[in-house]
Design a protein around this ligand. Structure first.
Ligand code: C2O
Ligand code: CU
Length: 546
């Protein structure tokens, strides 16, 4: 195993990813930032310099479990104090499993500003995947707002509440195309700016490509398709999938997949790669990239119109794809057949003090001033609410099909304390929003662990009947999973990673509005915390004297 060192500098630059000029946070001048490529077992060291001048920063390594290094998780308020302007923070962690992972800012809604990238972990030399391919490529899908995240976040915290609305465009590997004729002038939006020419994926006719696709959208669920080419899904969130073939791949924010494609079509032309919004009534320009058959000109537009995905409101198609994702034969990690604890999380919208929030069991999450890892480890009990948050909701009486009437929602920074090494089941229960006949899709992401996806269902989870339907034979393990409209998703994980870990909706505005919880386990096993994560809240000047 190797040590791989990276020196990164984050700064604001004017960029035009979709032809519209905006302030973007780049890493070493790029958005998406550099790809981290490593082998299983390597140690990654990232020296991150915050050159944002007047803004704090933290970067999370999405899908990396941080076993033994919970202070490198990069989650502001949970695992560290933010990195202040001018400071350099060193992240150090081991990439202990092969697969496709991501990184992104984890401080307020900062991820929206373009600070994200891919992590690609290969098997050690001499080992190979259970599928064959000639080349390996990574693509990240995002959606893109023209307003700054400061502007969006301010709206979400204002009375009256101002919703972020649909993003302006979809980006494929950091490039999109907004229709500049809707905009103000070529100094603001310039359709001929080479920065926003579509991303081109070059393929050699006859070869097979492993495409590692990750979604880091702010809001949108996506359908991804490559004109004229089927995709064979082989990996999800770092785990081998029993292969299945799709024309459209649905991705929720925080998910990664590997698909195999073979360049076996007419090689005299190029093909479209497209993304479009599903699950919400779309009002966003589709993402367009080009599958460029070598040696055709990379910019030559395909002669046919770009393909679109299935209609945005076809929920059953999306549920069917979620259900199709199973662990690959020969690579199944069998889950524990029983659990020690079940927690049911009801996801609702509420109004708290005149501001619209998302709540979990009627509690809307707020960040504390001192990161939990420090306050829990050092027993700084004043730093967050010590009352345990609710383990469930009123399953008998709550009507998930009605607008919530629960006026008793509260904000809290309380956390769930799990017994070390226990097996925990989490049921994510969806419900109606504050809009009549509306329920949204939420991609939930767990830090520090992978979980088994035991099942998805429609309607209200029945704690007696539904566990009997769990897939305990070949469930896939993931770190991000969708909860479909009016449905539930059941997960199981082992609380075996000492630390404090966020579990939240990966929609940037939803988490900002309180859609998340925090788990603690085995804190007594966490080693001495590095001083570099301190410097805020109660540990501004270091740890208080005992
Ligand atoms: Cu990719 Cu807590 O996030
Ligand atoms: Cu959500």
């Amino acid at each position: 195993a190797k040590i791989r060192r990276f020196k990164w500098e984050a700064k604001y630059e004017h960029k035009s990813p979709d032809c519209f000029k905006k302030l973007v946070i780049t890493i070493n001048g790029r958005s998406p930032g550099p790809t981290i490529s490593a082998h299983q077992g390597d140690t990654i060291i990232v020296e991150l310099k915050n050159s944002l001048l007047t803004e704090n920063l933290a970067i999370h390594w999405h899908g990396i479990r941080q076993i033994g290094t919970p202070w490198s998780d990069g989650t502001e308020g949970v695992s560290q104090c933010p990195i202040m302007p001018g400071e350099t923070f060193t992240y150090k962690f081991v990439v202990d499993r092969p697969g496709t992972y991501l990184y992104h800012a984890h401080y307020g809604m900062q991820r929206d500003s373009g600070i994200y990238g891919s992590i690609r972990v290969s098997l050690p030399d001499g080992e190979s995947e259970p599928y064959a391919y000639d080349y390996d490529r990574s693509i990240i899908l995002t959606d893109w707002y023209h307003k700054s995240f400061h502007d969006l976040a301010t709206g979400l915290s204002s009375i009256p509440f101002v919703w972020v609305k649909e993003p302006q465009s979809l980006l494929i590997q950091g490039k999109g195309k907004f229709n500049c004729s809707l905009s103000l002038g070529t100094d603001v939006c310039n359709a001929t700016n080479p920065e926003c020419s579509p991303y081109g994926l070059i393929v050699i006719p006859g070869k097979t490509y492993r495409l590692r696709i990750g979604s880091l959208t702010s809001l949108s669920a996506l359908s991804f398709q490559i004109e004229g080419h089927n995709m064979t899904v082989v990996e999800a969130d770092g785990h081998n999938v029993e292969p299945f073939v799709v024309k459209n791949l649905f991705l929720y924010s925080g998910e990664t997949y590997s698909v195999l494609i073979t360049a076996d079509q007419d090689p005299s032309r190029n093909y479209w790669i497209t993304t479009n919004v599903v699950g919400r009534s779309p009002n966003t320009t589709d993402g367009l990239a080009i599958l460029n058959y070598y040696p055709n000109h990379p910019k030559r537009s395909p002669p046919t119109p770009p393909p679109t995905g299935p209609s945005w409101n076809n929920t059953s198609l999306r549920v069917a794809q979620s259900l199709a994702i199973k662990a690959r034969q020969g690579y199944i990690k069998t889950p524990p057949q029983t659990s020690d604890r079940m927690i049911v999380f009801l996801n609702t919208q509420n109004e708290i003090n005149g501001i619209r929030r998302w709540s979990v069991n009627n509690v809307s999450f707020t960040h504390p001033h001192t990161p939990y890892l420090i306050s829990v480890k050092h027993n700084l009990t004043q730093e967050f609410d010590q009352t345990p948050p609710p383990n469930g909701y009123d399953i008998v009486n709550y009507d998930i099909y009605k607008k919530p009437t629960n006026s008793n929602a509260t904000s809290s920074n309380a956390i769930y304390r799990l017994d070390f090494n226990s097996t925990v089941d989490v049921i994510l229960q969806n419900a109606n929003t504050m809009v009549t006949d509306n329920s949204e899709t939420h991609p939930w992401h767990l830090h520090g662990h992978d979980f088994w996806v035991l099942g998805y269902g429609d309607g209200k989870f029945d704690i007696y009947k539904d566990p009997k339907k769990y897939n305990l034979v070949n469930p896939i393990m993931k770190n991000t999973v969708p909860v479909h409209p009016y449905g539930w998703t059941a997960l199981r994980f082992k609380a075996d990673n000492p630390g404090v870990w966020a579990f939240h909706c990966h929609i940037e505005s939803h988490f900002y509005m309180g859609m998340g919880v925090v788990f603690e386990e085995g804190i007594e096993r966490v080693g001495v915390l590095p001083k570099s994560i301190m410097g805020c809240g109660a540990v501004k000047g270091g740890l208080p004297k005992p």
